[in-house]
Write a protein of this length. Structure first.
Length: 87
């Protein structure tokens, strides 16, 4: 198996772009002892709001669940990278 964040990107990037967003980065970590997958999204000339994050999360969560590449309990976090890190 290759890099987990790269595998995740290959599964979700096209769907995210179909929604009009781009992936800045994907981080694999831990939140309260549970594996976390944080996907940072942005749009070229628009700020990202909570509705954007929810929209993307609802699309990519089932894709990641079905792929079953994370072999432990995990949570998905979709967020904006912030203005300074957008590009």
């Amino acid at each position: 198996m290759g890099n987990l964040s790269e595998e995740i990107r290959s599964l979700i990037e096209e769907k995210i772009e179909d929604l009009g967003y781009k992936i800045k980065k994907i981080e694999i970590g831990r939140e309260r002892g549970i594996r976390s997958v944080t996907v940072y999204i942005f749009k070229e000339d628009e700020p990202i709001g909570i509705k954007d994050c929810v929209r993307v999360s609802r699309v990519i969560d089932p894709i990641l669940e079905k792929a079953d590449i994370i072999k432990e309990k995990w949570i998905l976090i979709v967020s904006s990278p912030g203005e300074d890190e957008k590009r």
